[in-house]
Design a protein around this ligand. Structure first.
Ligand SMILES: NC(=O)c1ccc[n+]([C@@H]2O[C@H](COP(=O)([O-])OP(=O)(O)OC[C@H]3O[C@@H](n4cnc5c(N)ncnc54)[C@H](O)[C@@H]3O)[C@@H](O)[C@H]2O)c1
Ligand SMILES: O=C/C=C/C=C(\O)C(=O)O
Length: 486
């Protein structure tokens, strides 16, 4: 059986404690690899290697050399596109048609975009007067933050990990990555690409394992890590924030959401249906930006529900290799248990199940997989846990609203504030509503349309800080002001 090892100081190494855990294919429940679980020793070795590389070749490299190497990393991902695609789809079960358009290309783009960006960011300077009349000049320079701990989730594994590693390395930092225990493979494979591209040993390190009392906790407790960037659940974010407080380490947190879609009667219904379909069901609903609460203006409510139901029932469930399939399984049976508990809760709370609500019949070979039906509800009270909790499954609840004010109030009613989608052809309304929604990312007549130069992150309990564009550079560098008395 294939083994997935840590990548430390440019070498693949196993765990000294001999602990291995299963990597399971969610399409059929079969074990596809055994993964080494890091103990404190491996985490310590990875942090030491990262510190040494920072002081060594990586820290001494010119910006030109560094960014040229990062372009080679991007090219290396593209050269081995099929291997990355296969690995990502085995770990997650997601359709190849999706991963080949989103996950893998973004894995490469995350290196290119930030490599180019760091070369083009101006520094500040201020001239000032002094009492003696000679004046002074201030200028700011950016320096790498240091060793960065990267902790990433399973839903878009390569995309979300490289979204952090790309800018971190472009800014001259070194990293220790702890990928999700559910999806270790592409993060491990990237080590080979780093080596081939000429990234010095110790710059990119990977330790595998779980969160609490395992690699994740050991990494966040390690005193020689200078900052942490984390994407995952809000509750985990709180734990990591506490760990980072020890030693006053900086954090960037991209956390959970319970995003609202607002559909106004003046929308283009075709666009609203297409976008809401994607936002509720793509990646089997496992996208932090996804819409689990859909609010629709009363006059078009019945038509919208009927059309979304018709489209959801056209989704084709199947494994990654099925070219026609656009809907895969959830990431694991454990996650399915959670999603199904909300499907049950919806019924208990009096929902009308418009479509789905259970587990689809699958052929024998996929019976052990984490399959679940795309599901739409109406009729739930606003305080049902189905409406207030992030489910992270292929489901949404649709509720009518009477006025713009009510729609905004409903959208803002939860402690999350990650993303929102507004569907209207009225430009004034679009600006007005976008201005009042409490979320870090607002899409108007679109969803998950990404320009990597833009600020990305959540407000309220959906995160702290922004990544993307210069905001990533803000987090991954320390600014230093030099004041020269003339
Ligand atoms: N805001 C965003 O940009 C964004 C993007 C994608 C996913 N998410 C969120 O991620 C969640 C789904 O991902 P998940 O289930 O993998 O999240 P998770 O929080 O369970 O795990 C994320 C990572 O944290 C690690 N971890 C868990 N406990 C830890 C601990 N005590 N110390 C250190 N590390 C620990 C895990 O092993 C994993 O690598 C959802 O809530 C989703 O909304 C947010
Ligand atoms: O599941 C969450 C998706 C996050 C997407 C990004 O971080 C991105 O597109 O950069």
């Amino acid at each position: 059986m294939k083994e997935i090892k840590h990548y430390i100081n440019g070498q693949y190494v196993g765990s000294a404690n001999g602990k291995l855990f299963d990597n399971v294919n969610p399409v059929n429940g079969k074990v596809i690899a055994k993964v080494h679980e890091a103990g404190r020793d491996e985490v310590d070795a990875a942090v030491k290697a990262a510190r040494a590389a920072l002081k060594g070749p990586w820290g001494k490299m010119t910006l030109d050399e560094r960014t040229r190497i990062l372009h080679k990393v991007a090219d290396g991902i593209n050269d081995r596109f099929d291997e990355f695609l296969e690995a990502e789809c085995l770990d997650t079960g997601k359709p190849k048609s999706m991963a080949s358009h989103i996950d893998i290309p973004r894995g490469a783009a995350n290196f290119k975009v930030f490599a180019d960006m760091v070369k083009n960011v101006p520094a500040e300077s201020f001239e000032m007067a002094t009492p003696d009349g000679s004046g002074a000049l201030n200028y700011a320079v950016r320096r790498p933050k240091g060793v960065i701990g990267v902790i990433s989730p399973w839903n878009l594994p390569l995309l979300l990990m490289t979204w952090k590693v790309g800018p971190a390395l472009a800014c001259g930092n070194t990293v220790v990555v702890k990928p999700s225990e559910e999806t270790p493979t592409t993060t491990a494979l990237l080590g080979e690409v780093m080596k081939e591209a000429g990234v010095p040993d110790g710059v990119y390190n990977v330790v595998h394992g779980f969160g609490g009392d395992s690699a994740g906790a050991f990494l966040t407790a390690h005193p020689d890590v200078d900052g942490f960037t984390f994407t995952g659940e809000t509750g985990t974010g709180e734990v990591i924030m506490k760990a980072a407080a020890k030693g006053i380490r900086d954090i960037s947190l991209e956390l959970g959401g319970k995003n609202a879609g607002l559909v106004f009667a003046d929308c283009d219904m075709d666009k609203a249906i297409e976008g809401t379909m994607r936002s509720a069901f793509v990646n089997c609903g496992q996208v932090c930006l996804g819409t689990e609460r859909v609010y629709v203006e009363r006059s078009i409510f019945d038509e919208f529900v009927a059309r979304l139901k018709a489209e959801a029932e056209k989704l084709r469930i199947g494994p990654p290799d099925d070219d026609k399939a656009n809907f895969g399984p959830l990431v694991s049976l454990k996650h399915r248990e959670k999603v199904l508990s909300y499907y049950q809760k919806a019924v208990d709370d009096g929902a009308t199940v418009v479509t789905g609500g259970g587990v689809p019949d699958m052929p024998e070979e996929y019976a052990g997989g984490a399959w679940v039906q795309p599901t739409i509800w109406t009729g739930l009270p606003d305080d049902s846990a189905v409406i207030t909790d992030e489910i992270f499954g292929p489901c949404c609840h649709i509720r009518p609203f009477e006025s713009e004010e009510e729609a905004i109030e409903l959208a803002n009613s939860l402690p999350y504030g990650l993303a929102s989608a507004i569907w209207t052809e009225n430009v004034s309304r679009a600006h007005r509503v976008a201005g009042q929604i409490e979320a870090g990312i607002i899409w108007v007549n679109s969803w998950f349309l990404r320009d990597l130069r833009t600020p990305f992150g959540g407000s309220k309990q959906s995160g702290i800080g922004r990544e993307g564009g210069v905001h990533s550079l803000e987090f991954y560098t320390e600014m230093k002001n030099v004041c020269i008395k003339l």
